[in-house]
Design a protein around this ligand. Structure first.
Ligand SMILES: [Zn+2]
Length: 242
């Protein structure tokens, strides 16, 4: 028979207090508000990165168009230069040919003006896009700053709670030194089942563990037992303290 002296049971009640405290601290660590806030901010950031990417590819597309137009201008300038060289070289003498050359140069110049106008249009289109990217980058920088702050704060909160947990665990170890190993094992086994109370007071005929009333016959039987007999609640199985 496991001996459960009133002293040992009172110690066990204190052990349970520590266990509850440790569980609450662990719960608190898991549910720190910073954790959820970081998650939300990280999601916002990834959404923002997507937006930046979309806007940037729009800009790159425009830049490709601009590059193509600029290449065309270079080609036109080159052709104009070559035709002008030909015109002034003195090699071409026939009036008709000279007129044709002049007309060609004129046409090329007109085309150049047209393409240069298109380049300006593309550049004007890019201005608000570049602005938008800057804005989004700024927002992203702000978010990253917030995330870093939250992570710092989370770490501090965790450290604080972990210190308290270690402290409570040490206090528990100290308390259990004077509790019989067998009795502690029984208590631990009950507690291992989630949500179960390991030990509770029997007040009158009510178990404070499950708040149910024990039958009068059972209460009578318990009262007659020696005071170091281990008694468990019929309803919830917890160790009862008389
Ligand atoms: Zn009970």
């Amino acid at each position: 028979m496991t001996s459960a002296t009133p002293d040992a049971l009172n110690l066990l009640l204190l052990v349970q207090e520590k266990d509850n405290q440790i569980l609450a601290l662990q719960h608190q660590i898991k549910r720190l508000p910073e954790r959820e806030e970081i998650q939300t901010k990280e999601e916002e950031k990834s959404e923002l990165l997507n937006q930046i990417q979309t806007v940037q590819s729009e800009l790159h597309e425009n830049e490709r168009v601009q590059k193509r137009l600029e290449d065309e201008v270079a080609t036109l300038e080159d052709r104009i230069q070559r035709q002008q060289n030909k015109l002034y070289s003195g090699e071409v003498k026939a009036i008709k040919e000279l007129q044709a050359l002049e007309a060609d140069i004129e046409g090329l110049k007109e085309r150049q003006i047209l393409v240069e106008d298109q380049i300006i249009e593309v550049m004007e289109l890019n201005e608000p896009i570049i602005e938008r990217i800057k804005e989004l980058e700024n927002t992203k920088d702000g978010l990253e700053g917030t995330i870093t702050e939250l992570q710092k704060s989370l770490m501090q909160s965790e450290q604080g709670l972990e210190t308290l947990t270690t402290q409570a665990e040490e206090e528990r170890d100290e308390l259990t030194k004077d509790v019989q190993e067998e009795l502690l094992g029984i208590y631990d086994n009950i507690r291992r089942q989630p949500g179960r109370v390991g030990i509770a007071l029997l007040s009158g005929s009510t178990c404070r563990g499950c708040h149910l009333d024990l039958p009068a016959v059972e209460v009578d039987r318990i009262k007659k037992l020696p005071n170091d007999t281990l008694i468990n609640c019929e309803e919830c199985g917890c160790i009862l303290v008389r």
